[in-house]
Design a protein around this ligand. Structure first.
Ligand code: IMP
Length: 434
């Protein structure tokens, strides 16, 4: 059975670690959206790997990794990542594939990202400045350049010229030379060519041959272009719908959906965050959780667990189970708060508001839970968790509406509690490939 693993908060939930951990149960790991705005951090034997574009399953020898059509690919970033992995002794040759329909991020997209943010002034999104939004704008505007276009030199030349000249008119003082962009793209095309595939067909054939796929999301549901806190979102469908559109698979290919959530909440960039803690407690969570962007290094905004937001993630994605990460960050706290509803004027809301202005005006309604003094860090069996930690998890499950199949208690692969009973009951034949 195939499994989708995606973020059910505002990104940075620890998807990289969870995908890496589950990878040995699958044959293929396929990413379906986003670009190198993602930063999936995986620690193996004390070595840190930050994967931006390449699926987090790549660290396992022999696993096939796929970059779907739903992504925007900065080729330089991709090659840098391939080279870095090679230096770390991880060979990706002949097991990393890129969809011919994925769109390219070109140098002018980065300039346009910065320009667009500068123009928005106080209303800026706080993007990662990687050119993600402008590349997706070109895709929707039907002028984007796709990976497969690199094979047709004549059409490519026309497209690059039109695009660069149009961008020069938009970016004040820009004299970008289309010929040099084209020359670069020709070289890129040569290096990329062996990896290019019709990914939809490749995945269909693999499934017919009995192979299983782990679908890997980037960012999180609340950053989804449609279902997130628009306009403070990324430009792709980070939620479940992105799997079908971003890889060319049908909905029945998705056997189960696992939502990754932190034991608290974080967000990078602008936009509402109802449970945000700006004082000492916010700093405490940021320091113990090392909450700094994996891509940009920006400090993340931190707050208590927001069950209203997670329930929304459960609804949008049809989640079967949660993977709860960073429980150990809460070690030593006297008490912990869980947001179970929002107070908005005279109303109490239990559903995530569709209107972002209303969301921004909401105050969290908290339920206080006693903390624990015995550390959970590195605990690998559920029964060995302090009793109050188990109570906290049980309450999160109740207020979120789905059970936690995995609990992560540290950054290393093995610092994880796998609740096989929950996996087996919620994620059907998941045990088959252990
Ligand atoms: P963009 O994706 O660079 O356009 O940024 C849009 C918004 O999404 C900004 O608030 C970013 O901080 C946020 N964002 C993009 N990628 C990630 C991620 O991987 N983790 C968390 N936030 C992200």
């Amino acid at each position: 059975m195939n499994l989708a693993v995606l973020g059910a908060q505002w990104g940075d939930e620890g998807k990289g670690k969870i995908v890496d951990l589950l990878t040995p149960r699958f044959d293929i790991v396929a990413r379906y959206q986003g670009g190198h705005n993602a930063g999936h951090t995986v620690y193996v034997n004390g070595t840190k790997f930050v994967l931006r574009l390449i699926p987090s399953g790549i660290l396992h020898a022999g696993i096939v990794c796929v970059i779907g059509n739903g992504l925007v690919v900065d080729p330089q970033a991709l090659f840098a990542e391939v080279d870095e992995l090679a230096r770390g002794g991880i060979d990706v040759t002949s097991r990393l594939f890129v969809s011919d329909k994925a769109h390219l991020i070109l140098p002018y997209h980065r300039d346009l990202d910065l320009l667009s943010e500068a123009r928005r002034g106080e209303r800026k999104i706080g993007t990662t400045s990687r050119g993600i939004g402008p590349a997706y704008e070109d895709k929707i505007g039907r002028r984007g350049i796709r990976v497969g276009d690199l094979a047709d030199r004549k059409a490519l030349e026309q497209n690059v010229r039109d695009n660069v000249l149009a961008r020069n008119r938009l970016v004040h003082d820009s004299t970008m030379n289309w010929q040099s962009v084209l020359d670069q793209l020709v070289l890129i095309g040569q290096r990329l060519q062996p990896m290019v595939r019709d990914v939809s067909l490749m995945l269909a054939e693999a499934q017919r041959a009995g192979k299983t796929i782990l679908f890997e999301g980037a960012q999180g549901t609340l950053l989804d272009i449609d279902h997130g806190t628009y306009p403070y979102v990324t430009s792709s469908n980070a939620s479940i719908g992105g799997v079908c559109t971003g890889l060319g698979v049908g909905p029945r290919a998705i056997g189960a959906v696992m939502g990754v959530v932190k034991a608290y909440t974080t967000r990078v960039g602008e936009g509402p965050l109802p449970t945000e803690l700006t004082g000492d407690m916010g700093n405490r969570l940021r320091d113990s959780g090392n909450e700094y962007g994996a891509v940009t290094g920006r400090p993340r905004r931190c707050g208590w667990y927001d069950a209203v937001a997670v329930r929304y993630g459960v609804r949008i994605n049809g989640l079967d189970a949660l993977a709860l990460t960073k429980l150990d960050v809460l070690d030593g706290l006297e008490h912990i708060e869980i947001c179970t509803a929002y107070r908005c004027g005279s109303k109490t809301l239990t559903e995530f508001p569709s209107d972002i202005t209303q969301l921004a005006a909401c105050q969290p309604v908290y339920e206080r839970i006693p903390g624990w003094s015995t550390p959970t860090k590195g605990v690998r069996r559920f029964a060995e968790l302090p009793e109050n930690a188990r109570r906290y998890i049980a309450r999160l499950e109740q207020v979120s509406g789905v059970p936690a199949a995995l609990v992560s208690t540290g950054s290393e692969r093995d610092d994880t509690i796998l609740r096989e009973d929950v996996l087996a009951s919620k994620i059907a034949d998941f045990r088959l490939k252990i």
